[in-house]
Design a protein. Sequence first.
Lengths: 236, 273, 323
Amino acid sequence: MLEAVITKKLRDFTLDLSLKVNPGEIFVLMGTNGSGKSTTLNIIAGLLYPDSGCIRLNGTLFCKPAVRIDLPIEDRRIGYVFQNSAVFPHMTVYENIAFGLRVRKFSRQEIAERVEHLTGLMELQDHAQVKAGNLSGGQKQRVALARALAIEPLLLMLDEPFTSLDAESTCIVKNLTRSVVAEMQIPCIVVTHRVSDSRDIGDRACILSSGKKEWEGRPHDLPDELSSCKCELCSG
Amino acid sequence: MKPAGSIPEQYRRTVTYIAAGFLILSVTLYLALPIAALFLRITPDLFFSSLSDPQVTSALWLSLFTSVISLGVVILVGTPFAYVHTRCSYPGKVLVDTLIDLPLVLPPAVAGVALLVLYGRAGLVGRYFSMAGISIAFTTLAVIMAQIFVASPFYLRQAKSLFEQFDLAYEQTARTLGASPLRTFLAITLPLTAGGLVSGAVMTFGRALGEFGATIMFAGNLPGVTQTMPLAVYVGMESNLASGLTISILLVIISFGIMIAVRLLSSKEVQHA
Amino acid sequence: MIPMKQSLTKTSLILIGIVCVLLLATAFLAGCTSTAPQSQTPAATPAPVSATPAPTPQPLVTTAAPVSTPAVAATTGTPKPTFTPSQGNVVAYTAASLSGVSPKLASDFEKMYPGDQVVFNLDGTQALKTQVENGAYADVFISASNSYTNMLKGEGYFVNSTVHPLTSNYVIVILPASNPGNIQSLADLANPGVKIAMEDKSVPAGTATVAVLANLAKSTYNADWNSSVFKNVVTYETSEPAVATKVSLGEADAGFVYESTYTAAPKNTYLAITIPKKDNYLQTYTIGILKGSTSTGASADFENFMLSAFGEQDLKDYGFRPL
């Protein structure tokens, strides 16, 4: 279970929210650009440091500024998929997915097994030896998801995973996310601006505006159009 | 009478082509003719016989040796420095930024004087080295130090720019996957910036190879010890024209080789993006 | 992505300001403090140029007295202006050893011929010769070497009738005032570890030095001494003043330059060891007008000035030997 209480003064506003995500639950974080969604994910991942608060995952304290506790990024075992996938273009699909395992010094065989399993899940078996830089946007996103899952993360975070995806890839990713999260029983946060996506995979959702939670509840209870948000929103 | 602007299309096009051709030709010739003149001024026999002249061979060997070492030092020290400099904010960062560019605008002779006054036997720092029995001025070490001073900005600016523009998402992803900052740098950042870094390195090598003003001021001019190719050209032109021309031609050939290498490498890099 | 921008914070500005102030202060202090005066060893003979026979080492010359004869009063003074119809600009390619005296020459020339102006291009004679041979424009050429002059005459660059000997110079050994190499005589130049600065053989002063060393080896010392001296050379400079610079900075223990450089230098810059006249090489300077000159009138004025008593006096004041 992820428990996060975060306060951070940003340029235009102060980010101030608290989150609780249960194992096996997908929490959707919504809001306009610049409302603090990505910043929240970055703070949980350890890429940014909050001003105050407390972040705890499965009881382990990740970060508490008051007592200067800050667990390094590489020790948090979080699977984080960035908005633009950030697959390593100079490595093949195989090497990308294997990266986290190689860092953790898994045996060659273990790595091969896991990568094969994941490429199968993502329907990328035929592309295993292709340089990741040559893939389409949708394929890259699937590689990024596989790469994040390879390390068997304790928390999964996806930042706008569906924006650059075609319909087929969107379907695959949505189904996979749901099944993997349910199977591994890990908490999951997904950032998206589309209400339809939120309804498809989310168990709970909230709307961020200028760093503060404006609304929280079940995705089904979301209004068809988020009237308080300004752009890029479309109804189900 | 024809109204203005109704010049027939074909005439306009011909004029444009001629003007463009003239422009390209004049720029090309301005750059190419001096080089060609070098080759034409010496006969092939004289060139090849000069190649065995000890002044030529010692200058060639010394130049290559010192430039390679200078380049090595710049890369080994400069790469981590540029990385740390771009990723961290520290007091005085702006000053260091300016200092990196300083050798570019400083006349090489001034750089040479500065190095001499600092590291020379009577220099601020050099006097202590001298007391310990280490002499710096007038040695091959001085040649290398002069080359590093004037040539390092080429590499450092390039490396800085590459690391600054490097998409942090790659590094951040690697970190979340469990890689330490060092591993991230070696496995992700370096391979993806390598093409640009190599271009910077090649330019640095070229600058080190051609260094004259700081070298003659700080290291002096002693065949076999500090007489690099540019110095040998300058001295040779007055006493032994054949060797001066030969060394000049060798420098041109090496420079061309460098430029071709840069072009090949940067075209390779484009494929990556 | 998360930007990590560095803005020009107050701290950085203050730091830059402090550094600049420190640099200025250092420069100020360096300029104010003068080098501590060295204790001078007493001069052995009053006449600076002595020709002691055989192996006894030469005494150190410690005074900065000019080499010229003391009766000087009569010809000094400003030259009377001569107005000529040829008012023009003179480009004088001049041997680098005249660097020190050139401003005085310029102002006295312009006083003597108001309306004329001279611009000096000072460099090693070998470099100037190459430039002229490759088409550089010059009105007057002052060469430090007879052989270069003859080459240019032979190649047809000079108006041969205008080529005249101008002045002369002997070679001398200078040491930094602090004498870091503890050189007491010419023999010490061969001591291991001594750092000697010399001109490249393409520079007239360099050829002169080589000749001087050969003479000394034949007459006083021996071939081993000669080769040891050359082993001690750390740099072959491309002009004579560059050798003086290396010595004045204390980076070389000794350097071979012209007497004029030593004489004209401020007191206490150098110590010197004279070379006996019989072993020395008298470098003769020549002046001539080049065929390509378009400023012939002003060039003739300039040559007149240089060969006149006033030009000669200026050169004498700066240590050159009149012919």
